[in-house]
Design a protein. Sequence first.
Length: 279
Amino acid sequence: MTLVLLLGGMALLWWSPRWILRPLRWLERKHFAYVGDQGPLQIVHAGRWEPIYPKMWKRRMHFRRKAHRSAIYLRLVRLDPAVYRIALWYGIPRRIGWMMKNTDALVAINAGLFDPQRRPLGLFKQNGKLLNARLHKRSIDGVFSISHNLRPQILPGRGFSHRNSRDAFQSSPLLVFQSKRHPLRKQSWKVDRRSALCLDEAGYLLLMATEGYFNGLSYGEMSQLMSRPAHQGGLQCRSGLNLDGGGSVQWAVRTQTKRWEAIQGMDATPLYLLIRSRK
């Protein structure tokens, strides 16, 4: 009987609609959302880079905090941008399963912020077409761009010009720049579901997201992880940018042994960054 109740509870949580998950997330955040400043993030298992395609790897990291007993997992993909095609997608809000079923993406992740009308919130340029010219110039804003020669960059929003970019979108906050942690605001230790991207010292692109509905990382913890050298368990990024978090977090990688591995978001998202084959 106990086993039946346990399995039934797990099934209910798995299939719960958003009107059930949202109150649960609110309760969790109310009591645990600020534990990031109560103790350092500890690496339980750093994981290793497992090859999935030429010049593309995946990894799963396991963390915990002394003041927070629940597990925290971060899923990552690392790839050589010279080997793969990076593209932006903007359209009717979709979940990650739809993106993997209806596009040829090898990897997909939710991209920048959007407003209640599902329009890009800040600069957004797709395949040479400028869809939103407004550039926010706060110190915490950053821009991910693809140049006309297909070189990815992460730069501060201030002083950025889209003229030399084929694709670009703005997001916030900028986490790492010139291999150093970017200054963040006081609330940067608030824990939530996160997705982010960074460029490491080798020029490879990393796309990452936290697993689960009821836990995550803070901006401060993400910037620490990105800026630390590899021998200290870090990602050794020279620049890093946070993407839209919370219910919008979506991440997936198509593997050769499965259809895809995914982190499902609670909310459909109109903006995605896709990694495609150049063939």
